[in-house]
Write a protein that binds this ligand. Structure first.
Ligand SMILES: O=C[C@H](O)COP(=O)(O)O
Length: 334
């Protein structure tokens, strides 16, 4: 049965999620033939991406199921210079109970949570404290986020410090200049060293696609990061002028599909930055379903990096259950 279909039924039951554990991508030797043969046809990709928002219409209980799944895949994020322990604690409370309790009951999903909470290094202790016992992992941005231009040994030390402090997921930024100068070996070495520094923590490689100039560069950088052992590839920091887009997502997902076909390892995907509307979330999930298949529609293989998406999803779910919209300020996240 198709899992989040518009034709076939889907129960709003998180217990439906299979408990299979995906083997971690171990990486492989850098294969320059694969990298150089990886291409991206911009006009074909843009044409394909444009068809998505128009023809996807998921209604009523199916829409609620897709939105509930979207919530389970959110890395609920705060990455501001004025973050405080209090703000992070409020964000974590929202991660533990992402939607009003009566709405969760009505959906039959009393235990629904977000996929993770994503913060800066200094906010790890308050996040861990607030999430204690919830099973929700703390993700941390690292390696001189967002530009990634601090000395390399300090970037590695930063990863090690965050792992030591208890982060289970490390979102690293790659050196964009290595992509822009075609230094694929340099990018491979950097990513491999970062993956090693993460140890048991999972590593998400932020490509900062809005700064990579071409879709071909995005495709090649995706391949190289996966070969070097990335657990996830992620579009953006949220701080670039252009962040996640559907065309970029199509390119990255196709690179992931090629990598899976070549190695048997599934790498996760995280679009991030500027995703703030429920209907955008559904478009991304639909793209994942069509390009990669149902197995990828799980928090272990798919996340949204988003600071304000949850509020709009809660609003849409409230409308689904009560027939009325509430003001967006009632769903402020933190
Ligand atoms: O990784 C997450 C992003 O920084 C969040 O970006 P956003 O604030 O545009 O949702």
């Amino acid at each position: 049965m198709s899992e989040l279909g518009t034709q076939t039924g889907v129960a709003l039951d998180s217990a439906q999620l299979p408990q299979t554990v995906e083997p971690r991508n171990p990486g492989m030797a850098l294969d320059m033939d694969v990298v150089m043969n990886t291409r991206a046809n911009r006009s074909a990709i843009e044409r394909r991406a444009k068809t998505l928002p128009g023809r996807r219409s998921v209604k009523k209980e199916y829409q609620a199921a897709w939105l509930a799944r979207a919530i389970s895949c959110i890395d609920l994020t705060t990455l501001s210079g004025d973050d405080t322990a209090g703000r992070v604690a409020r964000l974590c409370a929202k991660a533990k109970q992402p939607v009003r309790a009566d709405l969760l009951e009505a959906l039959g999903l009393p235990d629904l949570t977000t996929g993770a909470v994503c913060v800066y290094h200094d906010m790890i202790p308050p996040a861990l404290k607030a999430l204690e016992g919830s099973g929700i992992p703390v993700a941390v941005v690292s390696t001189g986020f967002p530009a990634g231009l601090s000395p390399f040994h300090l970037r590695i030390a930063e990863i090690e410090e965050s792992v030591k402090a208890g982060a289970e997921e490390i979102d690293i930024v790659i050196s964009r200049r290595l992509v822009l100068s075609g230094d694929w070996q340099g990018l491979y070495n950097e990513m491999k060293t970062m993956r090693e520094a993460c140890g048991d923590a999972h590593v998400k490689a932020i490509l900062a696609t809005g700064e990579l100039e071409t879709l071909q560069n995005v495709a090649r950088a995706s391949q190289v990061c996966m070969m070097a052992g990335a657990d996830f590839i992620k579009t953006s920091t949220g701080k670039e002028p252009v962040n996640a887009t559907l065309p970029v997502s199509l390119v990255m997902m196709r690179a992931m599909r090629d990598y899976y076909e070549a190695t048997g390892y599934r790498v996760g995907y995280k679009p991030a930055g500027g995703i703030s509307k429920a209907k955008d979330a559904i478009n991304y999930l639909a793209l994942v379903k069509e390009e990669l298949g149902d197995r990828w529609l799980r928090p272990d293989l798919f996340r949204f990096g988003a600071s304000s998406l949850l509020g709009d999803i809660e609003r849409q779910l409230e409308h689904h259950l009560t027939g009325a919209y509430s003001a967006s300020w009632r769903h402020a996240v933190a």
